[in-house]
Every structure is written in structure tokens, then in C-alpha cells.
Design a protein around this ligand. Sequence first.
Ligand code: G
Ligand code: G
Ligand code: MN
Ligand code: NA
Length: 254
Amino acid sequence: LKLEQKLKSAIERGAFELHYQPQFDIKTKRLIGFEALIRWYDDEQGNISPVVFIPLAEATGLIDKIGKWVITQVCKDINTLIAHTHANIRVAINISTRQLCNTELVKTLKESCEVHQVSPTNIEVEITESMLMDDIDEKKQLLQSLQNMGITVAIDDFGTGYSSFSYLKDLPVNTLKIDRTFIQHVCEQVKDEEIASGIIALAHSLQLKTVAEGVETQEQLSLLAQQSCDCCQGYLFSKPLPLIDIVNINYDGI
Ligand code: G
Ligand code: G
Ligand code: MN
Ligand code: NA
């Protein structure tokens, strides 16, 4: 309960911050966008990971407010990011289970884009496979509404959830993000290499793009380039950084 109280007061005080991790096109080496990742600094406990507080926020319903805050903040930051990078970038927003069960999400995104004069084509949403297990028709409609606005849809942590290929057939999805756990040993473990190339082949045969997550070495990048993976993000290029630091970096390419 203690952490729940802290979380409530953090929401009221606006104690969250967004960090942005750049994503690059592997072929052209150009910056294509950023993933927004929430950060919470607590005076007593220091940084509290979203791995800890997002599930709590989900369970208590506090995610509704946090999710809205993230969307609003991304919309506030997008024009700064575009101006600084001189690129028509997309910013990926992580969406949680509860947000995807509610048509409020579409309304929030639409209103936020209008208020902050952001084009929805500069936004991507990241969802996970486990969010797609039930009420598939409702989710299909919701994702279709987002796609009709111009927002793209990425499947995060692809391959780690309860993968069912049927949703790839039925749902409006644009991108598969290959989970970091497959990338980590992709140069040493033949199985990881085969899984990565399998995901890329599947994605391409369905006209989907692939993003490799957690790329940390030049060797991993070279292998992924050989496998025709489309995009990448990871510590090799940059860790997630606050907006102030992002705008001090030159993103001419990798
Ligand atoms: O950045 P980090 O590795 O600490 O993120 C840990 C997890 O928290 C990731 O699974 C990520 O998807 C999730 N996460 C980060 N930011 C957000 C956010 O704004 N909303 C939601 N729902 N999840 C987030
Ligand atoms: O589940 P999701 O993919 O949204 O989580 C992204 C998480 O991975 C974030 O917490 C981010 O800080 C972390 N991350 C991003 N790049 C790297 C990397 O190259 N190596 C490692 N170990 N973690 C990374
Ligand atoms: Mn993500
Ligand atoms: Na991931």
C-alpha cells in the first residue's frame, strides 16, 4: 500500500519524466524515431523502475492517469524532437493492457494531437502479444481506429508472449519489435540467430517492419544488417535520455 500511496502522490505532483531512446534505419543509417520510456524518481527510494510501478498502476487503475500523462507529454515533446532532428520522426508510446481495453485511448490520442498540433503520423503505439489474447474483435476495432488516424502499431517484445500467428493475420499491425532476449546472444547462439532471422522473414512476408531491441555491439548490428532487419535501437547507439540531452545530440546517422 505504501508504494501505491507514493504513486498516487507522484501522479498529483507530476513526478514523472519521459526518456527517449533513438531508433535507426539499418540500411540508410538515418534516425527514424524514438521510443518514449517513463521514469519515476522518488526522493526516498530513488529511481523506481516502470517494471515495478506499471504493473501496480495497472492493478490499481492508476494507469489511466499515467497513460494520459505519457501521451500528453509525448505530444508536447514531439515538435521539439522534429525541429531538432530535422527528420519526420515517429515517437513510440508503450501502451498498457488496461489502456487497450478502453476507447478512451483513441480519444486521448486524437485530442492530444489536436491540442499540441501534432500529426498522428508521427506517433506509433507499442502493445504486447499478451494484450491481444481476449476480446480480439474490440482490439481490432481500436487498433483500426488508430491506424485510420495515421498512427502505426508495433508489437513489443515479439516472440516472448503467448504468440498466436492468427492476430498477425487479423489485426492492423505495422511493426514487430524483436525482443532484446533474442538479440543479446544473437552472435553466439545459433538458435537466437535462427529465431531473429525467422521473425524477420515472417515480418517481411506479411509486409511488416522489424525493429531489433537492445542492440549493444557492432557485431550484432552487422548480423542484423545481413539478415535485412529494418531498424534498431539499443545502447550501441544511445540509452534512453531526457529531452534536454536528446536535443544536444547530433543525429545525422549511425
Ligand atoms: O525503460 P525500462 O527498461 O526501464 O522499461 C521497462 C519496462 O517498462 C518496459 O517493458 C517498457 O515497455 C515499460 N514501460 C516504459 N515506459 C512505459 C510507459 O510509458 N507506459 C507503459 N505502459 N509501459 C512502459
Ligand atoms: O519492454 P520494452 O521493450 O519497452 O523495454 C525496453 C527496455 O529496454 C527499457 O527499459 C530500456 O531502458 C531497455 N533497453 C534499451 N536498450 C537496451 C540495451 O541495449 N540493453 C539493455 N540491457 N537494455 C536496453
Ligand atoms: Mn517498448
Ligand atoms: Na522489449
